[in-house]
Design a protein around this ligand. Sequence first.
Ligand SMILES: CC(C)(COP(=O)(O)OP(=O)(O)OC[C@H]1O[C@@H](n2cnc3c(N)ncnc32)[C@H](O)[C@@H]1OP(=O)(O)O)[C@@H](O)C(=O)NCCC(=O)NCCS
Length: 209
Amino acid sequence: MSDQVCGAEGLVRVRPARDSDRRAVGHLLAVVFADKFAPVFGCDHDRTAAILADLPPAGTVYVAEGAGQVVGTFTLVLDERPPAPVWPVLRRHLRLGAAVRAFLLLELLGTSRPDRHTALVEAVAVLPEWRGRGVGRRMMAEALAEARRAGRQRVGLYVVEGNHPAVHLYTSLGFRVQATHRLFWARPVFGARRVLYMTAEVGLPPPRR
Ligand SMILES: CC(C)(COP(=O)(O)OP(=O)(O)OC[C@H]1O[C@@H](n2cnc3c(N)ncnc32)[C@H](O)[C@@H]1OP(=O)(O)O)[C@@H](O)C(=O)NCCC(=O)NCCS
């Protein structure tokens, strides 16, 4: 984690999230993915942020920290095990009907598990006011480096086809489209969208001394 980028307010560094970052990460995800989560959890930002802070992450959460706050995040999934159950968290925050609805929609959104050669990157997000300063690029470089340290051959991720900033970033880092998925089932809730599965090779691990 030695490489750092400079935002207008100083250095930004990328590190694994601590327990104390959970609220900030929940808030960040609720802001950045408001459109995605409004149909799932409703329009109350604070409640959505609280749910996202409490939901068990699919992998290791990282944060980009700048000016003393969490300005970016991503999750690196190395594990093939199924994620921890979400139902108890949903029930803690939502009435029964809303919890059932959220549960079903989260199932539709799906969780992807990597094979043993692949690490998955999920939930890549930078606060709007911090975009365009290299935070996303710095986080993805860390994801690639961490996947390589873990002995994976490649990193995979899913991105909505029309998401130009993200596709541009991933392509510039060597990611290429491997498959296109049509989300017919998501049309009524999330809009008609196609999702790209992109992968990048991470290169050989450093030689052992
Ligand atoms: C995608 C995202 C993480 C990029 O974060 P960022 O910190 O702005 O990225 P960077 O500053 O490192 O910029 C990365 C590249 O994207 C380019 N970029 C930034 N905004 C862009 C835009 N609106 N259109 C096209 N390219 C754009 C930058 O020019 C940069 O390329 P360059 O280094 O060749 O100039 C950020 O836009 C974001 O949080 N988006 C919303 C959430 C999201 O879509 N996540 C991805 C889910 S798969």
